[in-house]
Ligand binder design. Structure first.
Ligand code: DP6
Length: 321
């Protein structure tokens, strides 16, 4: 009745933005990500007949009743399959700055799904885990796998899951620039809901995102880094543009986020291929060649503290511990 797993976070190159079903977390569009080895969550689950309720510790801090109930609802997907009503203690350690737009919910729910699978002896395969992780947080569906991962939108629970596309073992890396560690004001969940409901630009997103994905996949197949970078950057900017059209409008960029974007553009002009992307927070992620990361990091160090600049390699699949 004990399980422990580690899952790595992922950063979308072609973004998931908007749901067609809020309860099942079915996305409006398919997406594509890169799993990172520098940020992960380790979760241990112990089911214990003696417990009167579930208990949830995140980074050694006992979580509120509200958080624990949310977690309990997720655990129920597994309890149902195992025909079990026992409560559990969940201890989760996040090696990701929580809620700083670094998708801690992605590695969090993926690790929890793995730990629950092991604790209850369910032996679910990765495809099944990817579907259930999705019910916790959409982006978690991709954190079951390493390398480049595609999440096909699908149209019901059984058709919406991720699959690995490429192991990304071709001189690809990502530099994360932590502009601000503070908790974000508008969660991605709330932000995408508002955008779908009110932004006239959301139509433009939906009309073009599948084509962006197609081009990104071709670029990966050809190992065409520049092409992949260009489409990554334009897809991110397009997603952020939908938010400016929302009512009320909102924006995740901070002054330092834009500074990083400008550095990326300058470096490109100097012949260093690198491309930025951003999620529901001010931090900027730079898709780069691992071999050229030192040049990029040295430039960033002129503006940011060394601890704000983190280089990550490509992360692996979910691991059992
Ligand atoms: C901008 O997966 O955090 O990072 O499904 O509501 O939990 P919920 O949202 P979440 O959204 C991620 C949005 C994004 C883009 C992406 O990761 O694809």
């Amino acid at each position: 009745m004990r399980g422990k797993a580690r899952a790595y976070t992922n950063i979308a190159l072609i973004k998931y933005w908007g749901k067609k079903d809020d309860d099942l977390i079915l996305p409006m569009n398919s997406s594509l990500s890169l799993t990172l080895d520098a940020f992960y969550t380790e979760t241990e689950v112990i089911f214990d007949e003696g417990l009167k309720q579930d208990c949830f510790y995140l980074n050694e801090v006992l979580q509120s009743e509200k958080e624990t109930l949310k977690l309990g609802a997720f655990i129920n997907h597994f309890r149902k399959q195992a025909n079990c009503s026992t409560h559990a203690v969940v201890k989760s350690q996040n090696y990701v700055p929580t809620a700083a737009g670094l998708a801690s919910s992605a590695s969090g729910f993926a690790a929890l799904a793995g730990a629950l699978n092991q604790a209850l002896g369910l032996n679910l395969d990765k495809k099944e885990l990817s579907k259930i992780a999705r019910l916790g947080s959409g982006s978690a569906t991709r954190s079951i796998y390493g390398g480049f991962v595609e999440w096909k939108a699908g149209n019901c629970h059984d058709t919406s899951y991720a699959h690995p596309m490429d192991d990304a073992s071709w001189d690809v890396g990502m530099i994360v620039v932590i502009v601000n560690q503070k908790q974000k004001n508008i969660s991605s969940r709330e932000g995408m809901k508002r955008t779908v409901a009110t932004s006239p630009f959301y139509r433009g997103w939906l009309d073009t995102v599948e084509e962006d994905l197609k081009q990104a996949k071709v670029a990966i197949q050809r190992k065409d880094f520049e092409q992949l970078g260009k489409i990554t950057e334009s897809n991110a900017l397009k997603m952020h543009a939908t938010m400016l059209g929302a009512n009320p409008p909102f924006c995740y960029f901070e002054a330092d986020s834009i500074k990083v974007m400008q550095v990326v553009e300058e470096l490109r002009c100097e012949g260093v291929p690198c491309y930025f992307t951003m999620d529901a927070g001010p931090n900027v992620k730079i898709l780069c060649r691992n071999s050229q990361a030192p040049i990029i990091m040295n430039r960033l160090k002129q503006m940011f503290k060394p601890e704000q600049i983190i280089l990550s390699g490509v992360g692996p699949d979910l691991e059992y511990h």
